[in-house]
Design a protein around this ligand. Structure first.
Ligand code: ATP
Length: 324
């Protein structure tokens, strides 16, 4: 291969810029040309490419978001759309691409590879950490730090007013963020998609916490928690059944995706970019790079997409013990 393209696709996450920088510089290091694709697969279809050199990616390692912009592309889901993307890549004489994104982006790359035999490599970029084949996705560590900081601030106001806060954090399918920030910020309870605590046990636990002399309580709720109520319904339920607390809700939302990447994410992004480009050079294709036992690893796209990322159940027990 001589020319490699890099794109960011799906939801953005902190560390994507650091990964773009790494892909570009690894290409330059190995004497390959590198092209940035703007706006994900949609920009690929439209041939929105820009040649990048080592200096094109200066000053971005510490920036959140993605300088290449991200997008969702309905057209890329169609055969005609992917044909257009292939034609645009061939016209620019690009012969491989690295996509930084989530499982949808990997599915797109896999289908593209099957259709055209085009070499592709993936870097997992999402704050949810919901991808099989890596212990950490890019942006996850930064999001944990952002959320813990936010909950610390909520705790300050909660304890000044004897309040109970339900704090909703991202995580529709997996509870990684909720579980870790719950332990990290000392939450009284953590509600995650993997486990149904049950409303009775929740009330019991909140009463116990109040009786033990606590002046505030924070319950971290993942978007997809299994208890089956959203944060506002939970507030109503607790209001109805408990008079001990004044209950408030805070939905953290998109701020969880922003901000300057943590050192961990910058280092991870740098390592993943090197691994992705060097794997393409050795003739590998259709893999996602990932971190396992602090070693860079490759997982075939089909496994990365199909597999389920599992939470660490030990953390639930740790949380229970810490809230005694
Ligand atoms: P996030 O998890 O942050 O949302 P993602 O990569 O999973 O990221 P998606 O919106 O699911 O985000 O996918 C990104 C893009 O990948 C889609 O807009 C589409 O262009 C492409 N894509 C997803 N699934 C397919 C598919 N089955 N076939 C072809 N292209 C796909």
């Amino acid at each position: 291969i001589k020319k490699v393209a890099v794109l960011t696709s799906g939801g953005d996450s902190p560390g994507m810029n650091a990964a773009i920088r790494s892909v570009v510089r690894t290409c330059v290091f190995h004497g390959l040309e590198c092209y940035g694709v703007y706006r994900g697969y949609q920009g690929m279809i439209e041939g929105d490419f820009e040649k990048m050199d080592a200096r094109s990616v200066k000053g971005i390692i510490n920036k959140g978001g993605t300088m290449l912009k991200s997008a969702r592309s309905e057209e890329f889901r169609t055969k005609e759309g992917r044909q257009k993307a292939y034609d645009a890549l061939r016209k620019a004489e690009i012969d491989a691409f690295v996509v930084i994104g989530g499982d949808g982006s990997f599915t797109g790359a896999m289908v593209f590879n099957q259709e055209f035999g085009f070499p592709v490599m993936g870097i997992p970029g999402t704050i949810d950490n919901d991808i099989f084949g890596t212990t950490h996705t890019l942006g996850y560590d930064t999001a944990l730090n952002t959320v813990v900081e936010a909950i610390d601030k909520i705790r300050d106001t909660a304890s000044s007013h004897n309040r109970l806060f339900f704090v909703e954090v991202m995580g529709r399918d997996v509870g990684h963020i909720a579980l870790n920030v719950g332990v990290g910020a000392g939450a009284e309870e953590i509600l995650i998609p993997e486990e149904d605590l049950g409303l009775d046990r929740l009330l019991e636990s909140l009463r116990r916490s109040k009786q033990s002399g606590k002046s505030s309580s924070v319950v971290v709720v993942a978007e997809g928690d299994k208890i089956g109520k959203n944060v506002f319904e939970l507030k109503d339920y607790v209001d109805e059944h408990m008079s001990e607390y004044e209950v408030r809700v805070s939905v953290l939302g998109h701020m969880q995706r922003g901000g300057s990447p943590s050192c961990f994410d910058r280092v991870l992004a740098s390592r993943m970019g090197v691994k992705a480009v060097e794997s393409l050079i050795t003739g590998k294709s259709n893999y996602m790079v990932g971190l396992k036992n602090d070693v860079m690893d490759l997982t075939p796209f089909d496994q990365a997409v199909k597999g389920k990322s599992k939470i660490n159940m030990e953390l639930l027990r740790v949380s229970d013990i810490m809230t005694i």
